[in-house]
Design a protein around this ligand. Structure first.
Ligand code: GH3
Ligand code: MG
Length: 338
């Protein structure tokens, strides 16, 4: 029998968009906040499950119940509850093994595990903690203590969520160009090196395109740095809207941008890149009461699985093509076919 039953609180569930510190919010809000926390209770004894349920019913947690370890693993995979309150001795999978399974799953946010067991020895407690439990209570447990331990668990879970959210933001920031919000060189290189290995293995077409704004220094010198920034943002927008979600475009630095396209056949690459060039050349910038047009040149290098080249070699090749386009008069696309 898969899921025994799952009790949700009667109160309407509230969504909070960002983590909140417990000590920053009024008491009533703390109660409401509890509703977004799922607590998984695991015990093969229906009597013990009922006792834990009655204790936790004083708070508005979302409760999930499993009557054995296997059910608990299934519910954990589906719900990723932030707190697990588990018995130790169970017929199929013990509480210790459940702890180990939960700790070995790095894809889930941190789960606070409380073991409740009739094992009273100090060695048992140490074994439980070493298996991954955060807390250890012996039966018969004190309901007040269980609630207090869950409170500690929630503080830790909340801090952990905050940390994960902050490090995700930081990770995004170091990989994003602040002016255009496009990925920067570091992000593109990381993504492209992986894709290039895929292209070598599976033989799909892979193109590196370097785009550079023509005479951009003159835009800055004539209309000011703010106008130059507008041009950079518009160029970025054209690249972004013409790049599929499965590909990538970004800013290398200055007025130089990079696009990596995959799965485009050689007979279509010129038309595809010319679309970037044409759309940008069609724009008109209203600078100092004038309507100003700006163009860009593109160098393209293709990869074939026979090649041994790495990503930086491809950028270098695309750069050579870019200089050819500049030499030939600008507002052009030059391609090095693999
Ligand atoms: P070419 O056609 O040969 O590419 O000539 P160019 O003038 O575009 O090339 P150059 O490399 O001489 O000039 C690029 C300019 O881009 C110089 C630099 O001051 C300017 N630049 C670099 N980063 C920024 C930025 O973030 N904002 C603005 N407005 N200008 C920038
Ligand atoms: Mg330039």
């Amino acid at each position: 029998m898969p899921l025994l039953y799952c009790r949700k609180p009667d109160l309407e569930r509230r969504q909070y968009s960002r983590p909140i510190h417990f000590d920053q919010i009024p008491r009533r809000s703390v109660e409401l906040l509890a509703e977004r926390y799922e607590v998984l209770v695991v015990d093969d004894s229906s009597v013990h499950r009922r006792i834990v349920e009655q204790t936790l019913a004083r708070k508005s947690y979302s409760l999930l119940f499993a009557q054995n370890g296997k059910e608990a693993v299934k519910l954990f995979q589906e719900h990723a509850p932030c707190i697990v309150v588990s018995d130790w001795v169970m017929p199929d999978l013990s509480g210790l093994e459940l702890c180990q399974r939960i700790r070995s799953d790095a894809s889930k946010p941190y789960t606070y595990i409380i073991l409740i067991t009739s094992k009273h020895e100090r060695a048992d407690m140490l074994e439980g903690l070493q298996a991954g439990a955060d807390e250890y209570l012996t039966k018969p447990f004190d309901p007040e203590e269980l609630l207090a331990r869950i409170g500690v668990g929630l503080r830790i879970v909340e801090l952990n969520r905050e940390l994960v959210a902050k490090s995700k933001k930081l990770e995004e920031a170091v990989q994003t160009d602040p002016l255009t919000q496009l990925p920067n060189r570091r992000a593109i290189e990381k993504w492209a090196s992986k894709q290039l290995r895929g292209a070598a293995r599976h033989g799909f077409p892979f193109w590196v395109i370097v785009g550079d704004i023509d005479c951009f220094k003159a835009v800055n010198d004539t209309f000011g740095h703010g106008a130059g920034d507008d041009v950079l943002r518009q160029f970025a927008e054209i690249l972004r809207k013409n790049t599929r979600a499965s590909d990538i475009c970004g800013r290398l630095g200055g007025d130089e941008f990079l696009v990596v396209l995959t799965h485009v056949n050689p007979e279509h690459i010129e038309t595809t890149v010319s679309k970037f060039r044409e759309q940008f050349a069609e724009l008109s910038f209203p600078f100092q009461g004038k309507s100003v047009g700006v163009t860009a040149s593109f160098g393209v290098a293709g990869f074939h699985r026979r090649d041994l080249g790495d990503f930086s070699t491809l950028i270098r090749k695309a750069d050579e093509m870019l200089y050819e386009a500049k030499r030939a008069g600008r507002n052009l696309v030059k391609i090095s076919f693999p």
